[in-house]
Design a protein around this ligand. Structure first.
Ligand code: ADP
Ligand code: MG
Length: 246
């Protein structure tokens, strides 16, 4: 069998705030293959964003290992992680996270600047991408001059310009009306149709049901995995890779 795109084993994430500790992820085991479309669901505070941030190398676990494309990325330096992030991972957030002072074209070009791509090639790719996303007339607009749907299209364009292996989307339609949200989901699903692995956090049941696989988080644990008949919890109980009692 081909190596999984994403392989988590015994992942723990504990946030220490003064005297109190929040156990945000508890001994997570998870394997995701290249090309999958996965919805991460569960109540507010169950650890969905914490999981996505770890998958996106925006955060590090307190214990456990994360293999991305067969490579242990937990032990990489911050610089090496940044490189993997810029080349292999695209992020889409609920609140867009665009740079307010930069135009749409400049926001889309950012990952290429970080990756050291030459200006001429950057310009060419930005022009093409603006066209692909129907934003050619918005190139010089700043985020506050764009609608919510246009902002999220800029964010998706930025997330995909480096042709990542995986797109991590945290409540991507959370700030959009239904019709615009639908448009954004179709864009993300079209990317998945072209082979990009898509992981979407949502608390919208209908949205989650569109994915081919559903993960249910509860209190930091994987409570259910539609791809695993025994369920994530049983898998966890049977596993002794956990560093801490769950
Ligand atoms: P969800 O995305 O499912 O709503 P989160 O992953 O954001 O949940 O949060 C899981 C738990 O971890 C919550 O109890 C939250 O308060 C806590 N948490 C998340 N991030 C931090 C942080 N940076 N510092 C302290 N606690 C945090
Ligand atoms: Mg969240």
């Amino acid at each position: 069998m081909a190596a999984a795109l994403i392989e988590l084993a015994g992942i723990e994430r504990i946030f220490q705030l003064g005297d109190s500790a929040v156990h945000a992820l508890r001994c997570l085991q998870l394997s995701i293959a290249a090309g999958e479309y996965v919805a991460v669901m569960g109540p507010s505070g169950s650890g969905k964003s914490t999981l996505l941030n770890l998958l996106g190398l925006l955060d590090r676990p307190n214990a456990g290992t994360y293999h991305l494309e067969g490579r242990d990325v937990t032990t990489l330096s911050a610089e090496e992680q940044a490189r993997v992030r810029s080349e292999r991972i695209g992020f889409v957030f609920q609140s867009f996270h665009l740079v307010p002072r930069l135009t749409a074209a400049e926001n889309i070009a950012l990952p290429m600047i970080l990756a050291g791509i030459a200006p001429a090639q950057r310009t060419q790719r930005v022009v093409q991408t603006l066209r692909d996303y129907g934003l050619e007339n918005r190139a010089d607009h700043r985020p506050d001059q764009l609608s919510g749907g246009q902002r999220q299209r800029v964010a998706i364009a930025r997330a995909t310009i480096m042709q990542p292996a995986v797109i991590l989307a945290d409540e991507p339609t959370g700030n959009l009306d239904r019709a615009t949200g639908e448009e954004v989901m179709r864009l993300l699903e079209a990317l998945n149709g072209h082979g990009v692995t898509l992981i979407v956090v949502t608390h919208d049941q209908a949205l989650g049901a569109r994915a081919r696989r559903q993960l249910l988080m509860e209190d930091g644990a994987l409570e259910h995995d539609s791809a695993s008949p025994a369920g994530g919890k049983d898998a966890n109980d049977a596993n002794d890779a956990c560093a801490l009692p769950t």
